[in-house]
Design a protein around this ligand. Structure first.
Ligand code: GAL
Length: 354
């Protein structure tokens, strides 16, 4: 009897231990989507560390998370990494976050045509992905219902940039100050962001075709890539000024950093002409340059709105919930935030919003 009872108690201890271990394991597995979830882990993968606009988005993401934590009491781990413009590095980073059990990946692709590896890994581990700023091709996004894209309507940025120029050229007094040599044609240069980027291709094509459709006579003197970068744009603009010492009347830049780089070159070279310069994004430095009348205009790319939408989506997906109605989804996949015009007349409003 004694032996049997002893044996039974040993058995029940074993039984209880097994149940305990199993419940710990099950709790671990459920942790990702648990009702009593105490933490949401979000990874943000940027194509590069040094992009002004993308950095302003991550700044707004961090702010949103801290506010949300105070509101909900659920801890949010937000890990932000840059891929130094290498898709291979970014693929490895995605793998590490997935292996580390992160709930959601927010990916600013290096190569927007090369999302396959990240999507394969995400699907295999059931980790939703919100791509942002660098738009993957449609076939990739359509592969799974847990893939999203948050960005802005590239076409609209080109149209609005053209509108700033058209408004200026339509004012006879301003036209005269821009067409310095009074030959009835505006000689201009373009500073392009990055080959193959949706915002480069569309902004360049749409802006220039809108100007031509509006009936203005234009002559393109130069078209240079400066990779969204102020220093590179300064160098390229210095070369253009050397090549065209008396001709450049207008600079169309695919973003503000490059517009500011052009202004740096104009100042550095003490350029005899005072070209009309327009950018896109509405970064802090650009707003200040518009206020001080160095930059003639920009198109606001809503970094705050995009960042907040990404975080609202990531937070909901991390909790295993549906995307909240505050996020306007198109085809259950896309979020496009509208652009708007910034000139000296309304810059104050944008400065106050910073
Ligand atoms: C664009 C932005 C650029 C640059 C680029 C990076 O939308 O206007 O300044 O940040 O994205 O992908």
């Amino acid at each position: 009897m004694r032996t049997i009872r002893h044996c039974c108690s040993r058995l029940s201890i074993k039984y209880i231990s097994v149940i305990l271990i199993l419940s710990v394991l099950l709790a671990g597995c459920a942790g990702k989507r648990d009702n009593v979830q105490q933490e949401i882990r979000i990874a943000v993968l940027m194509y590069d560390d040094y992009d002004t606009f993308v950095n302003s988005m991550t700044k707004h993401m961090t702010k949103w998370c801290r506010q949300q934590e105070r509101k909900d009491g659920i801890r949010i781990t937000l890990d932000i990494v840059g891929a130094k413009k290498s898709q291979l590095t970014q693929n490895d980073q995605a793998q590490k976050f997935i292996s580390g059990g992160y709930d959601v990946l927010c990916v600013n692709l290096v190569d927007r045509t090369d999302a396959t590896v990240i999507i394969d890994k995400a699907m295999a581990s059931d980790t939703p992905v919100i791509f942002f700023n660098r738009e993957p091709v449609e076939e990739d996004l359509l592969r799974w219902d847990k893939l999203y894209y948050v960005g802005a309507i590239a076409r609209q940025s080109g149209e609005l940039q053209a509108k700033i120029i058209i408004d200026a050229l339509s004012d006879p007094e301003k036209y005269d100050t821009i067409d310095v040599n009074h030959n009835g044609t505006i000689q201009y240069v373009i500073l392009e962001g990055e080959a193959g980027h949706q915002d480069d291709i569309v902004r360049t094509n749409v802006c220039t075709s809108e100007l031509i459709n509006a009936g203005f006579s234009l002559e393109k003197l130069g078209d240079e890539y400066a990779n969204w970068d102020r220093d590179q744009a300064r160098t390229k603009m210095c070369e253009l000024i050397d090549r065209y010492p008396f001709q450049i009347e207008m600079v169309i830049a695919n973003n503000d950093d490059m517009a500011l780089g052009a202004i740096d070159a104009i100042e550095e070279k003490d350029y005899i002409l005072d070209p009309f310069v327009v950018g896109i994004n509405g970064t802090e430095d650009a707003l200040e340059a518009i206020r001080t009348m160095k930059l003639d205009g920009s198109v606001y790319n809503d970094s705050k709105g995009q960042a907040e939408n990404i975080m609202e989506m990531a937070y909901a997906l991390g909790k295993g919930e549906a995307i909240p109605p505050t996020v306007e989804l198109t085809f259950d996949k896309y979020v496009f935030r509208p652009y708007s015009i910034i000139t000296y007349d309304n810059v104050q409003k944008y400065l106050e919003n910073e």
